[in-house]
Write a protein that binds this ligand. Structure first.
Ligand code: DQQ
Length: 502
Protein backbone atom coordinates (compact mmCIF):
# COMPACT_ATOMS: atom_id res chain seq x y z
CA UNK A 1 0.00 0.00 0.00
CA UNK A 2 1.69 3.20 -1.28
CA UNK A 3 0.07 5.37 1.40
CA UNK A 4 1.39 3.27 4.28
CA UNK A 5 4.88 2.81 2.86
CA UNK A 6 5.15 6.55 2.24
CA UNK A 7 4.80 7.16 6.00
CA UNK A 8 8.16 5.61 6.87
CA UNK A 9 10.74 8.30 7.52
CA UNK A 10 13.93 8.93 5.57
CA UNK A 11 16.20 10.56 8.13
CA UNK A 12 14.62 10.02 11.54
CA UNK A 13 15.73 7.15 13.75
CA UNK A 14 13.60 4.05 13.41
CA UNK A 15 14.30 0.37 13.96
CA UNK A 16 13.88 -1.77 10.82
CA UNK A 17 10.42 -2.87 11.92
CA UNK A 18 8.04 -3.30 14.87
CA UNK A 19 7.26 -1.17 17.92
CA UNK A 20 9.62 1.34 19.55
CA UNK A 21 9.05 3.72 22.46
CA UNK A 22 11.31 5.59 24.89
CA UNK A 23 14.93 6.43 24.12
CA UNK A 24 17.12 4.79 26.78
CA UNK A 25 20.63 5.33 28.13
CA UNK A 26 22.05 7.56 25.38
CA UNK A 27 25.81 7.98 25.72
CA UNK A 28 29.04 8.68 23.85
CA UNK A 29 31.87 6.14 24.13
CA UNK A 30 35.12 5.73 22.18
CA UNK A 31 33.97 7.65 19.12
CA UNK A 32 30.45 6.26 18.95
CA UNK A 33 27.09 7.59 19.98
CA UNK A 34 24.95 4.84 21.46
CA UNK A 35 21.20 4.87 21.49
CA UNK A 36 19.17 2.21 23.26
CA UNK A 37 15.42 2.16 23.01
CA UNK A 38 12.30 0.38 24.20
CA UNK A 39 11.48 -2.21 21.57
CA UNK A 40 9.05 -5.04 20.89
CA UNK A 41 10.89 -7.63 18.78
CA UNK A 42 7.64 -9.40 17.92
CA UNK A 43 5.03 -6.84 16.89
CA UNK A 44 4.18 -3.26 15.97
CA UNK A 45 2.42 -2.72 19.31
CA UNK A 46 3.87 -2.28 22.82
CA UNK A 47 4.97 -5.50 24.58
CA UNK A 48 7.89 -7.90 25.32
CA UNK A 49 9.97 -4.83 26.01
CA UNK A 50 13.60 -5.32 25.09
CA UNK A 51 16.47 -2.85 24.71
CA UNK A 52 17.21 -2.17 21.06
CA UNK A 53 20.69 -0.78 20.40
CA UNK A 54 22.18 1.30 17.61
CA UNK A 55 25.39 3.28 17.16
CA UNK A 56 26.32 6.32 15.16
CA UNK A 57 29.33 8.53 14.47
CA UNK A 58 27.15 11.59 13.93
CA UNK A 59 23.71 11.09 15.57
CA UNK A 60 22.13 10.87 12.08
CA UNK A 61 23.46 7.78 10.27
CA UNK A 62 23.01 4.59 12.27
CA UNK A 63 24.09 1.00 12.52
CA UNK A 64 21.69 -1.29 14.26
CA UNK A 65 23.30 -3.78 16.65
CA UNK A 66 21.96 -6.88 18.44
CA UNK A 67 19.66 -6.23 21.40
CA UNK A 68 21.54 -4.92 24.42
CA UNK A 69 19.19 -6.46 26.97
CA UNK A 70 16.24 -8.83 26.73
CA UNK A 71 13.69 -9.81 29.40
CA UNK A 72 15.35 -12.98 30.71
CA UNK A 73 15.48 -12.76 34.53
CA UNK A 74 12.69 -12.87 37.11
CA UNK A 75 13.39 -9.20 37.87
CA UNK A 76 12.77 -8.03 34.28
CA UNK A 77 10.89 -10.92 32.66
CA UNK A 78 7.88 -8.68 32.00
CA UNK A 79 10.01 -6.01 30.40
CA UNK A 80 13.39 -4.32 30.36
CA UNK A 81 11.98 -0.86 30.83
CA UNK A 82 13.42 2.59 30.67
CA UNK A 83 16.77 3.53 32.13
CA UNK A 84 19.74 5.86 31.94
CA UNK A 85 23.51 5.66 31.66
CA UNK A 86 26.00 7.22 34.04
CA UNK A 87 29.67 7.62 33.13
CA UNK A 88 31.69 7.25 36.32
CA UNK A 89 34.84 9.19 37.11
CA UNK A 90 37.03 6.13 36.45
CA UNK A 91 35.61 5.70 32.93
CA UNK A 92 33.22 2.90 33.85
CA UNK A 93 29.64 2.96 32.56
CA UNK A 94 26.68 1.97 34.68
CA UNK A 95 23.19 1.50 33.37
CA UNK A 96 20.26 1.65 35.77
CA UNK A 97 16.94 0.49 34.35
CA UNK A 98 13.50 -0.54 35.50
CA UNK A 99 12.54 -4.19 35.39
CA UNK A 100 8.96 -5.38 35.45
CA UNK A 101 9.23 -8.56 37.54
CA UNK A 102 7.47 -11.90 37.27
CA UNK A 103 5.03 -10.47 39.85
CA UNK A 104 4.67 -7.23 37.85
CA UNK A 105 6.50 -5.22 40.47
CA UNK A 106 8.63 -2.35 39.24
CA UNK A 107 12.21 -2.68 40.48
CA UNK A 108 15.48 -1.01 39.53
CA UNK A 109 18.31 -3.05 38.09
CA UNK A 110 21.96 -2.46 37.36
CA UNK A 111 23.77 -3.45 34.18
CA UNK A 112 27.18 -2.64 32.77
CA UNK A 113 29.18 -3.30 29.60
CA UNK A 114 30.98 -6.66 29.59
CA UNK A 115 33.94 -5.07 27.86
CA UNK A 116 34.57 -1.36 28.23
CA UNK A 117 37.26 -1.44 25.55
CA UNK A 118 34.67 -2.51 22.96
CA UNK A 119 33.65 0.72 21.24
CA UNK A 120 30.38 -0.95 20.18
CA UNK A 121 29.48 -2.02 23.75
CA UNK A 122 27.88 -5.11 22.28
CA UNK A 123 27.54 -7.17 25.45
CA UNK A 124 25.80 -6.09 28.62
CA UNK A 125 26.02 -7.85 31.97
CA UNK A 126 23.16 -7.72 34.42
CA UNK A 127 24.44 -7.41 37.97
CA UNK A 128 23.96 -10.77 39.75
CA UNK A 129 22.57 -9.03 42.84
CA UNK A 130 19.65 -7.46 40.94
CA UNK A 131 17.28 -5.90 41.76
CA UNK A 132 19.14 -3.08 43.46
CA UNK A 133 15.97 -1.19 44.43
CA UNK A 134 12.46 -2.27 45.38
CA UNK A 135 9.50 0.08 45.76
CA UNK A 136 9.89 1.70 49.21
CA UNK A 137 7.12 1.65 51.83
CA UNK A 138 4.19 3.82 50.78
CA UNK A 139 4.97 3.57 47.06
CA UNK A 140 2.85 1.36 44.80
CA UNK A 141 4.44 -1.68 43.13
CA UNK A 142 3.56 -0.19 39.73
CA UNK A 143 4.59 3.39 40.53
CA UNK A 144 8.35 3.18 40.69
CA UNK A 145 10.34 3.57 37.52
CA UNK A 146 12.71 5.18 35.03
CA UNK A 147 15.93 6.02 36.93
CA UNK A 148 17.74 9.17 35.77
CA UNK A 149 21.41 9.54 34.95
CA UNK A 150 23.15 9.89 38.31
CA UNK A 151 24.85 13.10 39.34
CA UNK A 152 27.76 13.46 41.73
CA UNK A 153 26.81 15.31 44.85
CA UNK A 154 29.29 17.53 46.75
CA UNK A 155 28.99 15.09 49.70
CA UNK A 156 30.91 12.54 47.63
CA UNK A 157 27.89 10.39 46.79
CA UNK A 158 25.95 9.78 43.60
CA UNK A 159 22.30 10.68 43.43
CA UNK A 160 19.61 9.18 41.20
CA UNK A 161 16.09 10.42 40.60
CA UNK A 162 13.09 8.13 40.09
CA UNK A 163 9.55 8.87 38.99
CA UNK A 164 6.65 7.91 41.22
CA UNK A 165 3.40 9.15 42.70
CA UNK A 166 1.54 9.37 45.99
CA UNK A 167 -2.20 9.42 45.43
CA UNK A 168 -2.51 11.84 42.51
CA UNK A 169 0.67 13.76 43.22
CA UNK A 170 3.54 13.08 40.83
CA UNK A 171 6.89 12.98 42.61
CA UNK A 172 10.60 12.46 42.03
CA UNK A 173 12.24 10.28 44.65
CA UNK A 174 15.97 10.72 45.17
CA UNK A 175 18.38 7.96 46.17
CA UNK A 176 22.01 8.23 47.22
CA UNK A 177 24.67 5.64 46.45
CA UNK A 178 28.41 5.15 46.23
CA UNK A 179 28.48 1.79 44.43
CA UNK A 180 25.19 1.61 42.47
CA UNK A 181 24.31 -1.62 44.25
CA UNK A 182 23.12 -0.27 47.60
CA UNK A 183 21.04 2.87 47.85
CA UNK A 184 19.59 5.11 50.50
CA UNK A 185 16.31 6.95 49.95
CA UNK A 186 16.48 10.64 50.87
CA UNK A 187 13.72 11.97 53.11
CA UNK A 188 12.79 14.81 50.76
CA UNK A 189 11.44 14.35 47.28
CA UNK A 190 13.10 16.51 44.62
CA UNK A 191 9.84 17.81 43.26
CA UNK A 192 6.12 17.10 43.55
CA UNK A 193 3.12 18.44 41.65
CA UNK A 194 -0.42 17.62 42.84
CA UNK A 195 -2.81 16.29 40.22
CA UNK A 196 -0.16 15.20 37.70
CA UNK A 197 -0.24 11.47 38.48
CA UNK A 198 2.61 9.08 37.82
CA UNK A 199 5.80 10.75 36.61
CA UNK A 200 7.47 8.76 33.87
CA UNK A 201 10.98 9.29 32.52
CA UNK A 202 12.06 12.14 34.78
CA UNK A 203 15.19 13.78 33.39
CA UNK A 204 17.37 16.06 35.53
CA UNK A 205 20.25 18.08 34.13
CA UNK A 206 21.92 21.47 34.39
CA UNK A 207 21.87 24.13 31.67
CA UNK A 208 24.39 26.97 31.80
CA UNK A 209 22.87 30.44 32.03
CA UNK A 210 26.16 32.07 31.00
CA UNK A 211 27.92 29.76 28.52
CA UNK A 212 26.66 28.21 25.29
CA UNK A 213 28.24 24.80 25.92
CA UNK A 214 26.36 22.02 27.65
CA UNK A 215 27.13 20.92 31.19
CA UNK A 216 27.93 17.52 32.61
CA UNK A 217 25.07 16.15 34.69
CA UNK A 218 27.23 16.44 37.81
CA UNK A 219 27.87 20.16 37.32
CA UNK A 220 27.01 21.91 40.57
CA UNK A 221 25.49 25.35 40.17
CA UNK A 222 22.79 27.68 41.39
CA UNK A 223 19.15 26.66 41.12
CA UNK A 224 17.18 28.91 38.81
CA UNK A 225 14.36 26.41 38.16
CA UNK A 226 11.90 27.34 35.44
CA UNK A 227 8.78 25.46 34.45
CA UNK A 228 8.91 25.02 30.70
CA UNK A 229 7.44 22.53 28.30
CA UNK A 230 9.82 20.94 25.80
CA UNK A 231 7.44 20.24 22.97
CA UNK A 232 3.79 21.17 22.45
CA UNK A 233 3.11 18.33 20.00
CA UNK A 234 3.39 14.58 20.00
CA UNK A 235 6.47 14.07 22.13
CA UNK A 236 7.13 11.92 25.18
CA UNK A 237 9.60 10.13 27.45
CA UNK A 238 12.44 12.40 26.39
CA UNK A 239 15.94 11.94 27.72
CA UNK A 240 19.14 13.96 27.46
CA UNK A 241 22.81 13.06 27.71
CA UNK A 242 25.96 15.11 27.94
CA UNK A 243 28.12 14.60 24.86
CA UNK A 244 31.59 15.00 26.33
CA UNK A 245 33.18 14.96 22.86
CA UNK A 246 31.51 18.20 21.77
CA UNK A 247 30.36 19.56 25.13
CA UNK A 248 26.72 19.51 24.18
CA UNK A 249 23.57 18.59 26.09
CA UNK A 250 21.61 16.49 23.60
CA UNK A 251 17.93 15.66 23.88
CA UNK A 252 16.14 12.63 22.45
CA UNK A 253 12.37 12.26 22.39
CA UNK A 254 9.93 9.55 21.42
CA UNK A 255 7.20 10.44 18.93
CA UNK A 256 4.50 7.81 18.72
CA UNK A 257 1.94 7.20 16.03
CA UNK A 258 -1.37 9.03 15.98
CA UNK A 259 -2.99 6.76 13.42
CA UNK A 260 -4.79 3.58 14.48
CA UNK A 261 -3.18 0.49 15.95
CA UNK A 262 -4.63 -1.47 13.02
CA UNK A 263 -2.73 0.81 10.62
CA UNK A 264 0.47 0.31 12.62
CA UNK A 265 0.09 -3.45 12.38
CA UNK A 266 -0.53 -3.17 8.64
CA UNK A 267 2.57 -1.06 8.07
CA UNK A 268 4.60 -3.25 10.45
CA UNK A 269 6.14 -0.50 12.55
CA UNK A 270 5.28 2.19 15.06
CA UNK A 271 7.14 5.27 16.33
CA UNK A 272 10.09 7.43 15.47
CA UNK A 273 12.66 9.30 17.54
CA UNK A 274 12.89 13.02 16.91
CA UNK A 275 16.11 14.40 15.44
CA UNK A 276 18.39 14.85 18.46
CA UNK A 277 18.25 18.43 19.72
CA UNK A 278 20.95 20.49 21.35
CA UNK A 279 19.62 22.21 24.46
CA UNK A 280 20.95 25.60 25.59
CA UNK A 281 19.66 28.42 27.72
CA UNK A 282 18.20 31.37 25.83
CA UNK A 283 20.22 34.28 27.16
CA UNK A 284 18.16 36.73 25.11
CA UNK A 285 14.86 36.02 26.84
CA UNK A 286 16.33 34.73 30.09
CA UNK A 287 13.15 32.66 30.41
CA UNK A 288 13.33 29.96 27.76
CA UNK A 289 15.59 27.18 26.75
CA UNK A 290 16.40 26.71 23.09
CA UNK A 291 16.14 23.35 21.37
CA UNK A 292 17.77 23.05 17.97
CA UNK A 293 18.38 20.03 15.73
CA UNK A 294 22.01 18.93 16.08
CA UNK A 295 24.10 20.54 13.36
CA UNK A 296 25.05 17.10 11.96
CA UNK A 297 21.57 16.84 10.39
CA UNK A 298 22.65 19.59 7.98
CA UNK A 299 25.00 17.06 6.33
CA UNK A 300 21.89 15.58 4.73
CA UNK A 301 20.98 18.88 3.09
CA UNK A 302 20.92 18.47 -0.70
CA UNK A 303 19.37 20.73 -3.35
CA UNK A 304 18.71 24.19 -1.98
CA UNK A 305 16.05 26.59 -3.23
CA UNK A 306 15.78 30.16 -1.96
CA UNK A 307 12.75 32.41 -2.09
CA UNK A 308 13.59 36.03 -1.41
CA UNK A 309 11.29 38.81 -0.23
CA UNK A 310 8.02 37.12 -1.09
CA UNK A 311 5.30 39.63 -0.37
CA UNK A 312 2.27 38.00 1.22
CA UNK A 313 -0.71 40.34 1.13
CA UNK A 314 -3.72 39.55 3.34
CA UNK A 315 -5.29 36.30 2.20
CA UNK A 316 -2.46 35.14 -0.03
CA UNK A 317 -1.26 31.67 -0.82
CA UNK A 318 2.04 31.14 -2.70
CA UNK A 319 3.23 27.71 -3.86
CA UNK A 320 6.97 27.11 -3.41
CA UNK A 321 8.41 25.06 -6.27
CA UNK A 322 10.93 22.80 -4.60
CA UNK A 323 10.40 19.49 -6.41
CA UNK A 324 9.87 16.41 -4.30
CA UNK A 325 8.77 17.76 -0.92
CA UNK A 326 8.70 14.68 1.30
CA UNK A 327 12.06 15.22 3.05
CA UNK A 328 12.86 18.87 3.72
CA UNK A 329 14.71 21.24 6.01
CA UNK A 330 13.04 24.67 5.77
CA UNK A 331 14.16 27.95 7.29
CA UNK A 332 11.69 30.80 6.97
CA UNK A 333 11.60 34.33 8.32
CA UNK A 334 8.63 36.69 8.22
CA UNK A 335 8.89 40.45 8.50
CA UNK A 336 6.13 42.73 9.63
CA UNK A 337 6.32 46.02 11.44
CA UNK A 338 5.62 44.60 14.86
CA UNK A 339 5.72 47.92 16.68
CA UNK A 340 3.15 49.37 14.31
CA UNK A 341 1.05 46.25 14.76
CA UNK A 342 1.18 46.52 18.53
CA UNK A 343 0.13 50.16 18.42
CA UNK A 344 -2.72 49.53 16.01
CA UNK A 345 -4.22 46.36 17.28
CA UNK A 346 -7.40 45.95 19.24
CA UNK A 347 -7.39 43.52 22.11
CA UNK A 348 -7.81 39.98 20.82
CA UNK A 349 -8.03 38.16 24.10
CA UNK A 350 -7.85 34.45 24.66
CA UNK A 351 -6.17 33.09 21.56
CA UNK A 352 -5.34 29.44 21.91
CA UNK A 353 -3.82 27.36 19.09
CA UNK A 354 -5.87 24.29 19.89
CA UNK A 355 -9.28 25.88 20.24
CA UNK A 356 -9.18 29.02 18.07
CA UNK A 357 -10.06 27.56 14.68
CA UNK A 358 -6.65 26.70 13.27
CA UNK A 359 -5.08 28.17 10.15
CA UNK A 360 -8.45 28.87 8.53
CA UNK A 361 -9.62 31.28 11.26
CA UNK A 362 -8.57 34.74 10.12
CA UNK A 363 -7.52 37.43 12.54
CA UNK A 364 -6.16 40.89 11.84
CA UNK A 365 -2.54 39.88 12.56
CA UNK A 366 -2.46 36.20 11.73
CA UNK A 367 -2.14 33.41 10.94
CA UNK A 368 0.79 33.47 8.52
CA UNK A 369 3.44 30.86 7.84
CA UNK A 370 4.11 27.70 5.86
CA UNK A 371 1.92 24.86 4.69
CA UNK A 372 3.65 21.51 4.25
CA UNK A 373 2.65 17.99 3.19
CA UNK A 374 -0.17 19.51 1.15
CA UNK A 375 -1.70 18.36 -2.10
CA UNK A 376 -2.27 20.81 -4.94
CA UNK A 377 -5.92 21.39 -3.97
CA UNK A 378 -5.06 21.80 -0.24
CA UNK A 379 -7.58 19.12 0.61
CA UNK A 380 -4.78 17.76 2.75
CA UNK A 381 -2.44 20.26 4.39
CA UNK A 382 -0.42 20.87 7.54
CA UNK A 383 -0.01 24.61 8.22
CA UNK A 384 2.61 25.81 10.71
CA UNK A 385 2.12 29.47 11.58
CA UNK A 386 2.36 32.51 13.77
CA UNK A 387 -0.63 34.37 15.13
CA UNK A 388 -0.33 37.66 17.02
CA UNK A 389 -2.98 38.49 19.58
CA UNK A 390 -3.24 41.31 22.07
CA UNK A 391 -4.13 40.45 25.64
CA UNK A 392 -6.40 42.43 27.98
CA UNK A 393 -3.19 43.84 29.48
CA UNK A 394 -2.43 45.50 26.14
CA UNK A 395 0.58 43.30 25.48
CA UNK A 396 0.82 41.58 22.12
CA UNK A 397 1.63 37.88 22.35
CA UNK A 398 2.81 35.75 19.45
CA UNK A 399 1.52 32.20 19.17
CA UNK A 400 3.17 29.40 17.23
CA UNK A 401 0.88 26.63 16.06
CA UNK A 402 0.86 23.47 13.92
CA UNK A 403 -2.55 22.54 12.56
CA UNK A 404 -3.14 18.83 11.87
CA UNK A 405 -6.89 19.23 11.43
CA UNK A 406 -6.69 18.91 7.62
CA UNK A 407 -3.51 16.83 7.53
CA UNK A 408 -5.29 13.72 6.31
CA UNK A 409 -8.62 12.71 4.86
CA UNK A 410 -8.30 9.40 6.72
CA UNK A 411 -10.78 9.02 9.56
CA UNK A 412 -8.74 6.84 11.90
CA UNK A 413 -6.15 9.54 12.60
CA UNK A 414 -5.91 11.93 15.55
CA UNK A 415 -5.75 15.50 14.26
CA UNK A 416 -4.87 18.16 16.78
CA UNK A 417 -4.01 21.84 16.48
CA UNK A 418 -0.91 22.14 18.63
CA UNK A 419 0.93 25.16 19.90
CA UNK A 420 1.69 27.81 22.48
CA UNK A 421 3.04 31.31 22.82
CA UNK A 422 6.57 32.16 21.79
CA UNK A 423 8.60 35.19 22.86
CA UNK A 424 9.46 37.49 19.94
CA UNK A 425 11.79 40.22 21.14
CA UNK A 426 11.97 43.79 19.95
CA UNK A 427 13.82 43.95 16.64
CA UNK A 428 13.48 40.25 15.88
CA UNK A 429 11.63 38.97 12.85
CA UNK A 430 9.40 35.91 13.10
CA UNK A 431 11.38 32.79 12.29
CA UNK A 432 10.64 29.13 12.00
CA UNK A 433 12.49 26.00 11.01
CA UNK A 434 10.69 22.89 9.87
CA UNK A 435 12.06 19.39 9.47
CA UNK A 436 9.65 17.53 7.22
CA UNK A 437 10.20 13.79 6.91
CA UNK A 438 7.22 11.99 5.40
CA UNK A 439 4.88 11.51 8.39
CA UNK A 440 6.68 13.73 10.92
CA UNK A 441 6.99 17.52 10.98
CA UNK A 442 9.23 19.04 13.67
CA UNK A 443 8.78 22.81 13.96
CA UNK A 444 11.03 25.25 15.84
CA UNK A 445 10.05 28.89 16.39
CA UNK A 446 12.46 31.74 17.19
CA UNK A 447 15.55 29.56 17.26
CA UNK A 448 13.88 26.84 19.31
CA UNK A 449 12.06 28.77 22.04
CA UNK A 450 8.84 26.93 21.23
CA UNK A 451 8.83 23.53 19.54
CA UNK A 452 6.02 21.41 18.09
CA UNK A 453 6.27 17.87 16.74
CA UNK A 454 3.37 16.75 14.57
CA UNK A 455 2.55 13.43 12.88
CA UNK A 456 0.71 13.50 9.58
CA UNK A 457 -0.85 10.69 7.56
CA UNK A 458 -1.88 12.11 4.20
CA UNK A 459 -3.64 9.92 1.67
CA UNK A 460 -3.22 12.26 -1.33
CA UNK A 461 -0.30 14.55 -0.47
CA UNK A 462 2.25 11.77 -0.82
CA UNK A 463 5.33 11.27 -3.01
CA UNK A 464 5.41 13.83 -5.83
CA UNK A 465 1.95 15.13 -4.86
CA UNK A 466 3.30 16.60 -1.60
CA UNK A 467 3.76 20.40 -1.90
CA UNK A 468 4.88 23.41 0.14
CA UNK A 469 3.13 26.79 0.28
CA UNK A 470 3.53 30.14 1.97
CA UNK A 471 0.33 31.67 3.30
CA UNK A 472 -0.93 34.75 5.02
CA UNK A 473 -4.46 34.51 6.34
CA UNK A 474 -4.22 37.73 8.33
CA UNK A 475 -6.75 40.34 7.26
CA UNK A 476 -4.82 43.38 8.45
CA UNK A 477 -1.14 42.97 7.58
CA UNK A 478 1.15 42.14 4.71
CA UNK A 479 4.06 39.90 5.51
CA UNK A 480 7.40 39.59 3.71
CA UNK A 481 8.82 36.08 3.71
CA UNK A 482 12.32 34.78 3.06
CA UNK A 483 12.56 31.04 2.72
CA UNK A 484 15.43 28.61 2.34
CA UNK A 485 14.40 25.06 1.46
CA UNK A 486 16.75 22.11 1.34
CA UNK A 487 15.79 18.70 0.12
CA UNK A 488 17.09 16.21 2.62
CA UNK A 489 18.89 13.02 1.68
CA UNK A 490 17.98 9.90 3.57
CA UNK A 491 20.17 8.87 6.48
CA UNK A 492 22.28 5.79 6.01
CA UNK A 493 21.03 2.90 8.12
CA UNK A 494 23.03 -0.32 8.37
CA UNK A 495 22.03 -3.54 10.01
CA UNK A 496 24.15 -5.87 12.05
CA UNK A 497 26.54 -7.53 11.23
CA UNK A 498 27.51 -4.80 8.77
CA UNK A 499 28.37 -2.61 11.74
CA UNK A 500 31.03 -5.02 12.91
CA UNK A 501 33.31 -4.30 9.97
CA UNK A 502 34.28 -0.86 11.30
N1 DQQ B 1 7.74 3.45 28.97
C1 DQQ B 1 8.50 2.45 29.71
C2 DQQ B 1 8.40 2.84 31.12
C3 DQQ B 1 8.09 4.28 31.06
C4 DQQ B 1 7.17 4.37 29.90
C5 DQQ B 1 7.95 1.10 29.39
C6 DQQ B 1 7.06 5.75 29.32
O1 DQQ B 1 9.60 2.56 31.82
O2 DQQ B 1 7.56 4.75 32.26
O3 DQQ B 1 8.05 0.81 28.02
O4 DQQ B 1 6.69 5.73 27.99
Amino acid sequence: NAMLSWQRTGFHFQPPKNWMNDPNGPLYHMGWYHLFYQYNPDAAVWGNITWGHAISKDLINWQHLPFAMVPDHWYDINGVWTGSATLLNDGKIVMLYTGDTDQEVQVQNLAYPANLSDPLLLDWVKYPGNPVLLPPPGIGAKDFRDPTTAWFNPNGKWRVGLGSKVNKTGITLVYETTDFTSFELLDDVMHAVPGTGMWECVDFYPVSTTESNGLDTSFNGKDVGIGLRLDYGKYYASKTFYDQSTQRRILWGWTGETDSEAADILKGWASVQTIPREVVFDKKTGTNILQWPVKEVEKLRAKNTKFRKVLLKPGSLVPLEVGLATQLDILATFDIDKTAVEAAMEADVGYNCTTSGGSAARGVFGPFGLIVVADESLTEQTPVYFYIAKGADGVATTYFCADESKSSTAADVTKIIYGSSVPVLHGENFSMRLLVDHSIVESFAQGGRTVITARVYPTMAIYSAAKVFLFNNATGISVTANVNVWKMNSAQIDYFPLGRQH
